[in-house]
Design a protein around this ligand. Structure first.
Ligand code: 5GP
Length: 199
């Protein structure tokens, strides 16, 4: 079944006509607002730094930030995994199981020492990326460190890590939209959609 967004993005859906909406935009908006309210309550009276993990968390961060009613600043970090990245088709079929070695491609612009850091990530999958980032940020000696992940795929976890704020727990499906890509495309879809593995 085609989502409403697929009619708008007709060119994109020409490439993958079977995109199925998993989480519609209204549901995302409601959940992101609730997450922002939770962070606002937890850090009441304090300042926070929202650190987005590029590029997938960019849209999530921009929506979440507007529901965090605190003195806030933004920063961004870029990461990539070492090893031979599978082709997009292979990644879709069996996921992206990196070797566990993650590389920083763009570091944060400021020290996080003594600050309340909220790391904003699109999806928690095997846990390799966030385990790496958690250690990296611990070295900064922040006052508090929390993870906000829009999506969580608990069945794919390889390392025991969880997020403090989770938008949606989802099954082991490859998803795109709302910042998430497939070979750099579909990030601008307003809904979170499943790309069927047989595509
Ligand atoms: P982890 O290190 O937890 O295995 O992977 C996290 C990263 O894998 C995410 O930031 C995201 O870039 C990518 N990823 C994992 N699952 C998906 C998915 O279903 N769709 C997309 N587009 N990326 C995913």
């Amino acid at each position: 079944m085609l989502g409403a967004n697929c009619r708008v993005h007709s060119l994109i859906c020409f490439a993958v006509p079977e995109l199925k909406v998993l989480i519609p935009r209204q549901q995302i908006a409601e959940r992101v607002a609730a997450m922002g309210a939770e962070i606002t309550r937890d850090f009441s009276g304090q300042s926070v730094i929202l650190v987005g993990v590029l590029k997938g968390a960019a849209i999530f961060l921009s929506d979440l930030a507007r529901h965090v009613e605190l003195d806030s600043t933004f920063d961004f970090i870029g990461v990539s995994s070492y090893g031979v990245r599978p082709s997009p088709a292979q990644e879709l079929k069996s996921g992206w199981d990196s070797t566990g070695e993650v590389q920083v491609t763009k570091d944060v612009d400021q020290s996080m020492k003594g600050k309340n850091v909220i790391l904003v990530e699109d999806i928690l999958d095997t846990g390799l990326t966030l385990t790496f980032l958690k250690k990296l940020f611990a070295a900064h000696q922040p006052k508090a460190f929390r993870i906000a992940a829009l999506l969580d795929k608990p069945s794919r976890r390889k390392l025991a890590i969880s997020a403090d704020y989770v938008g949606f727990s989802i099954p082991d499906e490859f998803v795109v939209g709302y910042g998430l890509d497939y070979a750099e495309r579909y990030r601008n879809l307003p809904d979170i959609c499943i790309v069927p593995r047989e595509s």
